[in-house]
Design a protein around this ligand. Structure first.
Ligand SMILES: CC(C)(COP(=O)(O)OP(=O)(O)OC[C@H]1O[C@@H](n2cnc3c(N)ncnc32)[C@H](O)[C@@H]1OP(=O)(O)O)[C@@H](O)C(=O)NCCC(=O)NCCS
Length: 159
């Protein structure tokens, strides 16, 4: 479990009894990076630094449960760069709660998920659609997009 630096309450975050989602601040960096390292391999570290530095501050959130940071989402413009939940807390709906919160403030979002079918299905369940796919010798690179509104299908093009 990653322990959060004490926080002060401010405007603009959700507070459900012991759970809280609020925007990430500079003071959170160390715990967020620790959480990141619990989820991603060391070669990802430079990407974390970049994602943290260039995050869109009002769209990047941390999720706390009983005072401990258990989840984070880093967004840059309309790209979800990283979302993760403490490994010991995964599979209990926290990731969905955090993703839904991000989508409530940024309904149009895109991302490049890890090459993992369960992960892709998870994003699809949250309304993302596959927009592009490129096959490399060792992995498939995909882009998923979620639009604020339904886009027109070819059938709807007749006005
Ligand atoms: C992907 C992730 C954020 C989902 O958060 P979560 O709290 O575990 O998700 P929820 O409890 O809301 O939903 C669970 C679903 O996520 C799916 N899932 C996708 N990838 C998963 C993973 N690596 N571990 C566990 N569940 C995963 C499961 O299939 C599960 O589906 P089910 O409910 O039918 O069993 C979280 O599992 C995680 O941090 N994974 C590692 C980091 C990662 O891969 N991040 C995304 C790439 S940037």
């Amino acid at each position: 479990m990653v322990h959060a630096i004490p926080y002060s309450r401010d405007r603009g975050f959700n507070h459900f009894s012991d759970q809280m989602i609020r925007t990430l601040r500079e003071i959170d960096r160390v715990v967020v990076q620790t959480l990141f390292r619990h989820n991603f391999l060391t070669p990802e570290d430079p990407y974390f630094k970049d994602a943290w530095k260039h995050r869109t501050r009002h769209l990047s959130f941390g999720l706390w449960n009983e005072g401990s940071l258990i989840g984070m989402a880093l967004v840059r413009h309309t790209k979800l760069e990283y979302i993760c939940i403490d490994p010991s807390q995964q599979g209990h709906g926290w990731g969905s709660m955090l993703l839904q919160h991000v989508l409530s403030v940024c309904p149009t979002l895109y991302l490049n998920p890890a090459d993992d079918p369960a992960l892709c299905r998870w994003y699809e369940r949250h309304g993302f659609q596959l927009s592009n796919e490129v096959e490399y010798p060792r992995f498939i690179s995909r882009c998923y997009v979620r639009h604020r509104y339904e886009t027109r299908s070819k059938d709807n093009h007749k006005i």
